[in-house]
Design a protein around this ligand. Structure first.
Ligand code: NAD
Length: 446
């Protein structure tokens, strides 16, 4: 009899795992249980789908249910909610949401890819029909439908993290009056101060009102009441972070990490042999600190899924770790980070030195030049490159990946400062901005 693999969760990590298993073991049975209606979609593109008048949610779907079933031969079961796992019986219990019937099925190997859920502030009014979170494709579709039908003119976004800032741009593009209410004293508090100043300036230039150190008290009759003032909101977006969905794993006796996500080894195997976890429900290892971290990002989820799937299918492959590379677009600026921030580096016991420079995106004499601000961090003790953050109108989003590559490979600041990078005047000065930052930092590390 062929082996049966069960995957719980059919978005990024779950479908990556299922596809890998089927590729390695084409004769095996691979069943994916997904509680929602859609699988394998690009959730990160939802702010741009919402702001695009021609945006069609189907364009976000990478692999349709039909293609997964017919082309990849994966037994995808949408609208199936998993109720429990019994590791001793090697069995999962589930409910068919359409018929309401409860059933169970045994597995040989299991991958848990249950993702994360949005955190809602503990205040009254968060369940009103004009209050949304943006996590699933269903959330994105509902927000777009609400905007098309109700034509809101004002939006209040609670939280100035990644989703809050991306959605501020999205709502503005749709002509809404946008107010952000954030409980911390600044947006993206881990970024370098000068970069945060440019983020704030960018919000101001684009007419977004942002209030910090502000506590939301309640949402009532289209008004967000907060310690920073009361704001009219035809639509409210809760962008106050996420938590890993670990209930199934926890109830099954699978260990969780200190960060609350499912604990895994470098093969993405949980504390129960033969059960793997991947994506936003699972922890990662940080390459620079060897510490377990929770980094719920699409790039990580796809890699987790691939590795969990391959190991479930009895290949041996190890996850090399993360360095928290991340970026986002804020109106006409690109903002990016990789590696450790200054605070993280200090907390991890490094002896960090940070420099902050501004260099040009293109060579002297080239007409379209824009400043790029870079903060770069190195370790005085080892000379290692630890982290970088950048903001600018062009050439940031991909440039961060040069630094990420060096950090991932464990280069010193000195080694990095002499990287042989390609150059032509429209794309960079003869000394690329990241090399200028590395040279300045190298001088400070001596
Ligand atoms: P986040 O953690 O990035 O930001 C949440 C923000 O909400 C924080 O600034 C926090 O201080 C604030 N907050 C929390 N409770 C609050 C309250 N009661 N009142 C006011 N402010 C409050 O989370 P997110 O923006 O919801 O994004 C969810 C996840 O998706 C994150 O893990 C994020 O990294 C990821 N994401 C990444 C990208 C990207 O990399 N480009 C884009 C979108 C989302």
């Amino acid at each position: 009899m062929s082996e049966r693999f069960v995957v719980i969760g059919g978005i990024a990590a779950g479908m990556s795992a299922a596809s890998r298993i089927k590729k390695v073991k084409p004769d095996s049975e691979v069943i994916v249980f997904e509680k929602g209606e859609y699988i394998s979609y690009g959730a990160c593109s939802m702010p741009y789908y919402i702001s695009n008048p021609e945006g069609d949610y189907r364009d976000l779907i990478v692999l349709s249910v039909d293609d997964a079933r017919e082309k990849r031969k994966i037994d995808v079961r949408t609208n199936h909610f998993v109720l429990g796992i019994s590791p001793t019986e090697k069995r999962v219990f589930y409910r068919e949401l359409i018929s309401g019937k409860e059933k169970s099925i045994n597995y040989d190997r299991l991958v848990i890819a249950t993702g994360a859920f949005p955190v809602k502030p503990p205040v009254g009014g968060v369940d009103e029909d004009y209050v949304f979170s943006l996590r699933t494709l269903d959330d994105g579709i509902k927000i777009k439908e609400f905007i098309n039908e109700k034509k809101p003119r004002s939006a209040v976004i609670i939280g100035a993290g990644y989703i809050g800032l991306e959605m501020a741009e999205s709502f503005k593009e749709l002509g809404l009056d946008v107010t952000i209410v954030e409980m911390l004293e600044k947006p993206m508090p881990d970024y370098n101060e000068k970069i945060i100043s440019t983020i704030l300036q960018t919000l101001k230039e684009n007419g977004v009102k942002a209030f910090f150190n502000a506590r939301v008290e309640r949402i009532e009759d289209n008004i967000v009441y907060s310690t920073a003032g009361n704001f009219r909101a035809d639509i409210v977006l809760l962008a106050t972070g996420i938590k890993p969905s670990v209930k199934l794993a926890k109830d099954a006796g699978i260990e969780l990490g200190e960060n609350g996500a499912i604990a895994v080894d470098s093969k993405m195997e949980t504390s129960v042999s033969g059960i793997y976890a991947a994506g936003d429900c699972a922890e990662s290892i940080h390459r620079l600190t060897n510490r377990k971290v929770y980094v719920p990002l699409g790039t990580v989820a796809n890699k987790h899924g691939r590795i969990a799937g391959l190991n479930a299918a009895r290949e041996t492959i190890r996850f090399p770790g993360v360095i928290k590379s991340a970026e986002f677009k804020l109106f006409d600026r690109e903002v990016a980070r990789c590696g450790l921030t200054l605070r993280e580096a200090m907390e991890e016991g490094f002896d960090p030195v940070e420099v902050s420079i501004t260099a040009s995106s293109s060579a002297h004499g080239y007409r379209h030049r824009y400043p790029i601000q870079i903060a770069m961090i190195g370790d005085r003790r080892t000379g290692k490159l630890l982290g970088a953050q950048m903001i600018g109108k062009v050439g940031v989003a991909h440039r961060i990946n040069i630094v990420a590559t060096a950090i991932f490979n464990g280069n010193t600041v000195k080694e990095f400062s002499m990287f042989d990078l390609a150059y032509a005047p429209p794309f960079s000065p003869v000394w690329d901005p990241v090399l200028i930052a590395a040279n300045v930092l190298s001088g400070k590390l001596k």
